[in-house]
Design a protein around this ligand. Structure first.
Ligand SMILES: *[C@@H]1O[C@H](CO)[C@@H](O)[C@H](O)[C@H]1NC(C)=O
Ligand SMILES: *[C@@H]1O[C@H](CO)[C@@H](O)[C@H](O)[C@H]1NC(C)=O
Length: 457
C-alpha cells in the first residue's frame, strides 16, 4: 500500500485492503464526480432547510467531520486543482478579481491534466474563478475537455451578469471559450445540472470520467426559481427564503446527478465527493453555528467545511470520519483512485503528509511575523495570527431579527493589538478558550454561549 492510498485510508478510516484491491482491479477506474458548492455552512447536520438527498448520501457513506478548506473560493479551488498550498501558486491573498491579470500558474500540473494522462475524460461545469486573463488560464487549457460555466464569481444566477466592483461588468457564461448568450435566463444550478446530464448521456460507462461540478450556489446574489421557493413560504425573511431555496436547489441538483449516474450505469463504479469551498457567509444568511466566524475568516466557521464521500465502492456504511482531511488532499487521493503514479510528487503539499499539521494560510516565508494573517492546525492545536477575520459567533438566522440583529451578540472583547490565538481545537471546536491569553488577561465572557449551544441551523 503506498503512501497516497494510506493517506486516504487513514483519512476515511474505512477502505480495507481488500476493498482497495477491488477498487483498483476493476477494469475501469472509478468515475469521479466532484461537486463543489459555494459558501455552504454547516450543512446536512440537522438543518431546518430541506436537504433530503444530501442527508441521505452523506448518511449512507462517509461524512467528513474534520474537513478543512480555505475561507474563500479561488484559494480552495486552486488547491483542489493542484494539490498545492496557495502560497505556492501566489493565490494566498484573496479571490481573483475580474480585472486582475492573475491565474493559476500554467506550469503547475492540474488534477484534470493528470487524470487525462490516466485515461479519464474530463469535463467541467460551473464556476472556474481561477483566472482568465490569457488563453492558457482557461479551464480547457488546464486539462478539461469541455467547459460550461462562468469564469468570475458572484454573477447573477439567471442573467449571468457579473461585476467587479460596480464598474467592470459583463456577461459571464461561457461554453468552451465562447460566451453562451443563448443559455442566459436559465437558473445556474439547473443549467449546470442539465449540462451534467448531457455529458453523462453522451459518454459511456467504460471510459473513466472525471466531472467537476462547481455550483455557484449558494453564493450571493440570493436567487432561486419559484418551484424551490414554494417550500419556504413560512420562513420570515425574504433573503432567508431565497437562501433556503438555493440550498434546496443544490440538493435537487445532486439528486438528479445521482439518478442519472444510476440510469446510465455509472453509479456502481462511481465516487461522488461533495464539498463546500468555504464556510457559510453569515451576513448573507449562511450559518456555521456553533462554529465561530464565517467565510473569509480563519476561525473554524470559515475553514471547516461541509464534506462527504458517497460511493457504492465503499462497503462500510454510515461512517463518520473525524480524521483530518484538507481540500488539497483530493489531488493525490483521486489520482490514486485513478491508478496514476506521480513520478515526482515532492512538489505536492498534500502527498506524504498524514496531517500532523495543516497549514491553512501563510503569507511570506522565513520569519513568522505574528502581525501577518496566518493559521496552522497541528495535532490537537490551532494557532492563529494577524487579522484572521470577524470573530463573532453567529447564531442561527431563523431567529427573529435576521443576521444584522445578531451580529456582534457574542463578540468577545478581544484585546486591541492582539494577534495570536491558540486553541485545542479537538476539545474546543468552537474557538472559545484561547490559550494565548496571558495570566493577567481577563477570561473571555462565557455568559452568552450557554444559552444557545445547540446547533439548529
Ligand atoms: C435555457 O437553456 C435552453 C437550452 O438548454 C435554451 O433552449 C433556452 O432558451 C434557455 N433560456 C431559457 C430562458 O430557458
Ligand atoms: C449495480 O449493483 C447492483 C447491486 O449489486 C446490481 O443489482 C446492479 O445490477 C448493478 N448495476 C450495473 C449497471 O451493473
Amino acid at each position: 500500500m503506498d503512501a497516497l492510498v494510506l493517506c486516504f485510508c487513514l483519512a476515511l478510516g474505512l477502505i480495507h485492503t481488500t476493498e482497495e484491491k477491488v477498487l483498483r482491479q476493476g477494469r475501469v477506474p472509478p468515475h469521479i464526480v466532484f461537486v463543489m458548492v459555494e459558501d455552504q455552512g454547516i450543512g446536512y447536520h440537522g438543518s431546518e432547510i430541506h436537504m433530503p438527498v444530501l442527508d441521505q448520501l452523506a448518511g449512507e457513506r462517509v461524512k467528513l467531520e474534520n474537513y478543512y478548506v480555505q475561507p474563500i473560493c479561488s484559494p480552495s479551488c486552486s488547491q483542489l486543482m493542484t494539490g498545492r498550498y496557495q502560497i505556492h501558486t501566489g493565490l494566498q491573498h484573496s479571490i481573483i478579481h475580474a480585472r486582475q491579470p492573475l491565474c493559476l500558474p500554467p506550469n503547475i500540473p492540474t488534477l484534470p491534466e493528470r487524470l487525462r494522462q490516466a485515461g479519464y475524460s474530463t469535463h467541467m461545469v460551473g464556476k472556474w474563478h481561477l483566472g482568465f486573463c490569457r488563453p492558457e488560464c482557461l479551464p480547457m487549457s488546464c486539462g478539461f475537455q469541455s467547459f460550461l460555466g462562468s469564469l468570475t464569481g458572484s454573477g447573477d444566477h439567471f442573467s449571468f451578469q457579473s461585476c467587479d466592483g460596480t464598474e467592470a461588468c459583463g456577461f459571464d457564461l461561457h461554453y468552451g471559450e465562447w460566451p453562451a448568450w443563448e443559455l442566459s435566463g436559465n437558473y445556474s444550478t439547473r443549467l449546470y445540472t442539465e449540462r451534467v446530464k448531457e455529458i453523462l448521456r453522451g459518454h459511456d460507462q467504460w471510459t473513466p470520467l472525471f466531472l467537476y461540478v462547481a455550483l455557484q450556489a449558494v453564493h450571493t446574489p440570493l436567487q432561486a426559481p419559484g418551484h424551490l421557493l414554494r417550500n419556504y413560504q413560512t420562513l420570515g425573511h425574504r433573503p432567508l427564503r431565497h437562501y433556503a431555496a438555493m440550498v434546496s436547489g443544490v440538493d435537487e441538483s445532486v439528486g438528479m446527478i445521482v439518478s442519472e449516474l444510476r440510469e446510465r450505469g455509472y453509479y456502481n463504479n462511481s465516487v461522488l465527493i461533495y464539498s463546500s469551498d468555504s464556510g457559510g457567509q453569515p451576513v448573507s444568511w449562511g450559518c456555521n453555528w456553533p462554529l465561530r466566524g464565517g467565510k473569509g475568516s480563519y476561525w473554524e466557521g470559515g475553514v471547516r467545511a461541509v464534506g462527504f464521500v458517497h460511493s457504492p465502492l465503499l462497503k462500510t456504511k454510515g461512517v463518520v470520519s473525524q480524521a483530518l482531511i484538507h481540500v488539497s488532499d483530493w489531488y493525490p487521493t483521486l489520482l490514486s483512485f485513478a491508478g496514476y503514479r506521480e513520478s515526482d510528487s515532492s512538489y505536492l503539499d498534500s502527498q506524504d503528509n498524514q496531517w500532523p499539521a495543516l497549514l491553512l494560510n501563510l503569507n511570506g516565508f522565513g520569519i513568522w511575523d505574528t502581525r501577518v494573517r496566518a493559521a496552522i492546525r497541528a495535532g490537537d492545536w490551532k494557532l492563529l495570527t494577524g487579522n484572521v477575520g470577524d470573530g463573532d459567533w453567529f447564531p442561527p438566522q431563523t431567529m427573529p431579527g435576521g443576521p444584522q440583529q445578531w451580529k456582534g451578540m457574542e463578540k468577545r472583547r478581544d484585546q486591541r493589538r492582539k494577534s495570536v490565538w491558540i486553541f485545542t481545537i479537538t476539545a474546543d471546536p468552537y474557538d472559545r478558550a484561547d490559550f494565548a491569553y496571558g495570566p493577567d488577561d481577563e477570561e473571555p465572557d462565557n455568559t452568552n454561549r450557554k444559552a444557545r449551544s445547540k446547533s439548529t441551523c
